[in-house]
Design a protein around this ligand. Structure first.
Ligand code: NI
Length: 234
């Protein structure tokens, strides 16, 4: 891992919250990076909480509807890939990201140019060696571009080896019924390498995917969806 330089919310505010480059990337490409947008303390709390939740599943045998998993063909052990409704799992730092006035809310407001509320919160887990690929998809298409976004706090370094996010730049601007598989073949795919503490942002309309985790390194991220206050989502 490269040297860690945490940035405070105050430092981001000094820049006008987010850089022009990030804002431009979000609007034109549909995705971007807010480098080191959570503090070191915050990151460590989120990492510790996430490790405990994952351990509940892998070691303590905890099962419930919010712990999404699959069992690979020929295998016996289930593989955890998502903890849904993360704000309700007894993890205070994660719940704070979701609650009104959370530390990421100002960033989402700067990106969307509106007051926002968090509308979903989940822990994405790509376990070493066993995590499946996530096929090409768009999270939502029933909203216009630049209206609803996902912010993903990366808890681990992420690259092609452990299944980093991949995007088709600009695909958030395409019609709702475009086939995501075709978009991927037609467009230029960009893989997003990130460091722990970085926040990836993407328009919910963009085509994205991730590959298998073939590495010995776990890849965890907390994804929070933000929508303008008052906008009803299905
Ligand atoms: Ni998605």
């Amino acid at each position: 891992m490269m040297p860690y330089t945490p940035r405070t919310t105050e430092a981001l505010a000094d820049d006008g919250l987010i850089s022009q480059a990030a804002l431009h990337g979000f609007c034109a490409d549909g995705y971007g990076v807010l480098p080191q947008a959570v503090t070191k303390t915050e990151l460590e709390r989120l990492q510790a909480e996430s490790a405990r939740l994952i351990q509940r599943f892998t070691e303590d045998g905890h099962r419930c509807d919010d712990y999404w998993h699959f069992t690979p063909a020929g295998a016996e052990a289930p593989v955890l890939y998502r903890i849904h409704n993360l704000e309700n799992q007894g993890s205070p730092a994660a719940a704070q990201l979701y609650a009104d006035g959370g530390p990421l809310h100002p960033l989402a407001e700067a990106l969307l140019g509106a007051t926002v509320r968090a509308t979903a919160c989940a822990l994405i887990v790509k376990l070493p060696g066993v995590a499946a690929p996530v096929p090409w998809h768009r999270d939502r298409t029933e909203v216009p571009p630049h209206t609803v976004c996902n912010l993903s706090v990366f808890l681990d370094d992420s690259d092609a080896g452990n299944g980093c996010l991949e995007f088709v730049p600009g695909s958030h601007l395409l019609p709702d019924d475009e086939e995501t598989g075709e978009l991927q073949q037609r467009g230029r795919v960009r893989a997003l390498t990130l460091m722990a503490g970085d926040v990836a942002v993407h328009d919910v309309r963009i085509a994205h995917a991730s590959r298998r985790n073939t590495s010995p390194r776990i890849r965890r991220s907390i994804v929070i969806e933000f929508a303008p206050t008052g906008l009803e989502l299905s």
